[in-house]
Design a protein around this ligand. Sequence first.
Ligand code: FES
Ligand SMILES: [Fe+2]
Length: 387
Amino acid sequence: MSAVGRGDRIRRVLDHLRNETTDEFSAPVPLGPGVYTDPDVARRERDLVFGRVPSIVAHAGELAEPNAFRTLRMPRNQVIVVRQQDGGVKAFVNLCRHRGALLEEREEGRCRLFSCGYHRWSYNTDGSLRTITRDSTFGDIDRSEYGLIELPVEERHGLVWMVDDAAAKIDVAAWLGPEMDGILAGYRLEDLVVFRAEGFDEPANWKLMQDAFVDNYHIQYAHPNTAGKHVHTNVQVVEDFGRHARMLSPRKKIDRWLEEDPGERDLGRFVIDGHFLLPNSTLLRQPDDHFELLTFRPHPSDPGRCRMEMRLLVPSVEASGMDPEKWRLTWEKNWEILLAVLHQEDFPLLRAAQRGLASADAAGMVLGRNEVVNQIFHRELGKLLAG
Ligand code: FES
Ligand SMILES: [Fe+2]
């Protein structure tokens, strides 16, 4: 499917609202509870999904300066991502090659070299081994053999992507495919700034979480007094690009155009353009062109745990032309609302779901035709797991 213009998608969503319909998948599909609880499924996902395909680890602005670094726990590796002197980005296994200490314990920072706390070996930010302490007694080794282990990483569309396997290759454009690559290019995410970013370690499977953030069927039921007041429930226009998907959801303010013909008027401010980026991200384009980026990463061993990261990407003060204090207050308020919905509404529900799924006699479940993006997510994961 090639990408459809927003005007056409908005006309389609207005028709859905008039007819009480939504885009639909071919048929309901059964879903076993093991998808969310089975350690063997989780192990295969780590290797066959995260060890094979690119996923988002940061916005480029979080590694703006040379030597700026972030550490993170990927499903297979502890990782350091670091901006190079030449402007590129590299990623390494966060592990000292002497005797295996965790090299960098800080979550983020800037440094000219990584220095190990155990016996104080140090590494340049390009990964090369710089210093062996007491080297007159340590003995001769080939230092080029003991640099940091490099992981495949690439910056594209203002985002940093990696494959969590040192032996893998990365090609983000090929992974995105022409439709999604073109869509993301059009947003110029590299020009936005990360107003806030936060990570949450949650006792729920990463897919249970990812499922909730492509789902427009639960809005009025789980969020009756927040999102449910502003966004329609169970109405989505979905473009299935084969791996990734774009899903347009109407806000309730669009309703006046149900009767009145909008003609050529741009109704962009009445819709949310969601994007599901296989394997583990949702990117929401909100009406005034700010974005929420949500990523869900499996725990390295426990299928019942994951880490969610949320980033609020906004136009800079300069680009927005706003008074700096007003700019800060506007986005601060926006962020607080996002956090409140997560902590008070989504997280409690999903934690409880994970407890329920752990029941010995949890039985088969089912995804409906109306849950199109969830269907695409599970269909595509199935393909990756089939190798
Ligand atoms: S383990 Fe890092 S210097 Fe010894
Ligand atoms: Fe939700």
